[in-house]
Design a protein around this ligand. Structure first.
Ligand SMILES: C[S@@+](CC[C@H](N)C(=O)[O-])C[C@H]1O[C@@H](n2cnc3c(N)ncnc32)[C@H](O)[C@@H]1O
Length: 346
């Protein structure tokens, strides 16, 4: 995924001649040509979206930032900031009073509001730099959060964010999801898969992402998502939840990956999240949700919540498995070579 650009490059495509692959995507997403045009416009001519912050400490009075009117699905601990202030520069940020994230991420994580029972153990398989882990921790107050990130060099940001925001009890680990699937079967009440994806929505944030509409890029990402989800499916405890989300638009990576998952793991079933009804994807018969850039709220996201419907007795003693797992890995120092086990109690 590319670097931020201050403004559109001179060679940026005009709205009159959108690139062919973007046009094809718009036709897959929308039948109506006006809607196709509305979808492409913010991708071709990006405009800034209002930033959001997730409060971890009680919100000060008076409020340090001007905030936009709350949307009905917006959690009480999230504010959307009215101005383009840089909240990351505020002293309260360094103190861990809040975490900055974009509003599309808030939308993607908002699906967790559909969880209707208490959650003890959360395992986030794609965690760095930590936004969804922190959101899930704040919303669900688990007794244990394990934030996993497979790319070693992304661990620093994850650990520093979890520490700064005082997220505990939590562990940051660096493992391939397949290892967690083997070591921790049916262990988590919630597994988060905020999946690596083709990142098409980055364009609506004026970031470069060459090749993101190419079928090869999309196919590779869809396959990687399936691999991660197949591991995730094994980690979810009976009656537990799996949340899958991306920041891309291609149906091959979103709805179609879900269709594959449901065929392969029929004990996982999508859960409707009534708060997000207005965002329901028309591209699937099951409930899943999309924010599009033309909403003006965020660059875009896809999100779904699934529940493990099997009410057979869970494998014995998930807490023992967790304790053993964490004992085995907690002595490793962050910064070991990639693919080595690394873990750190926070
Ligand atoms: C969209 S980002 C996650 C953002 C994060 N959840 C947050 O909210 O701050 C996807 C993450 O998946 C990781 N990733 C890449 N390949 C992966 C794989 N094969 N298995 C698991 N995670 C992978 C990336 O390194 C990246 O950190």
């Amino acid at each position: 995924m590319g670097k931020k650009t201050a403004s559109l490059p001179p060679s940026a495509p005009s709205t009159d001649h959108p690139p062919r692959l973007l046009q094809k995507l718009s036709q897959k997403l929308f039948a109506d040509p006006t809607e196709q045009q509305a979808f492409m416009q913010p991708i071709l001519v990006p405009q800034p979206f209002l930033p959001a912050i997730l409060w971890l400490a009680p919100q000060p009075d008076p409020a340090p930032f001007a905030v936009a009117t709350r949307l009905d699905w917006q959690p009480h601990f999230v504010d959307r900031l009215l101005t383009e202030t840089r909240p990351g520069k505020h002293p309260l940020h360094q103190q861990g009073a809040f975490y900055c994230l974009d509003f599309s991420s808030v939308f993607a994580a908002a699906v967790l509001q559909g969880i209707d029972r208490s959650i003890e153990v959360i395992i986030d398989l794609c965690a760095a730099p930590g936004g969804k882990s922190i959101f899930a921790w704040k919303l669900l107050q688990p007794s244990l959060l394990i934030s996993n990130e497979v790319i070693g060099k992304r661990m620093g940001a994850l650990i520093s964010n979890l520490k700064r925001c005082h997220i505990q009890p939590a562990y940051a680990i660096c493992r391939d999801p397949s290892l967690l699937a083997t070591a921790l079967p049916q262990t988590a009440d919630l597994v988060l898969v905020d999946a690596p994806c083709s990142g098409q929505s980055l364009l609506a944030k004026a970031e470069k992402n060459p090749g993101c509409f190419h079928p090869v890029t999309i196919g590779k990402n869809a396959n990687r998502q399936k691999r991660i989800l197949a591991n995730a499916a094994q980690i979810v405890a009976p009656q537990g939840f799996l949340a899958y989300m991306t920041c891309t638009y291609a149906p091959e990576e979103n709805e179609q990956v879900c269709t594959w998952l449901l065929e392969r793991f029929p004990h996982l079933q999508p859960i409707a999240v009534p708060l997000l009804d207005a965002y329901r994807s028309p591209l699937a018969e099951f409930p899943c949700y999309r924010m599009f850039p033309q909403s003006g709220l965020g660059a875009g996201a896809f999100t779904i919540l699934l529940k493990h419907q099997d009410d057979s007795t869970p494998l014995p003693l998930p807490s023992d498995r967790l304790t053993t797992f964490l004992q085995q890995h907690q002595d490793y120092q962050i910064g070991n070579q990639r693919n080595e086990a690394t873990a750190s109690p926070l």
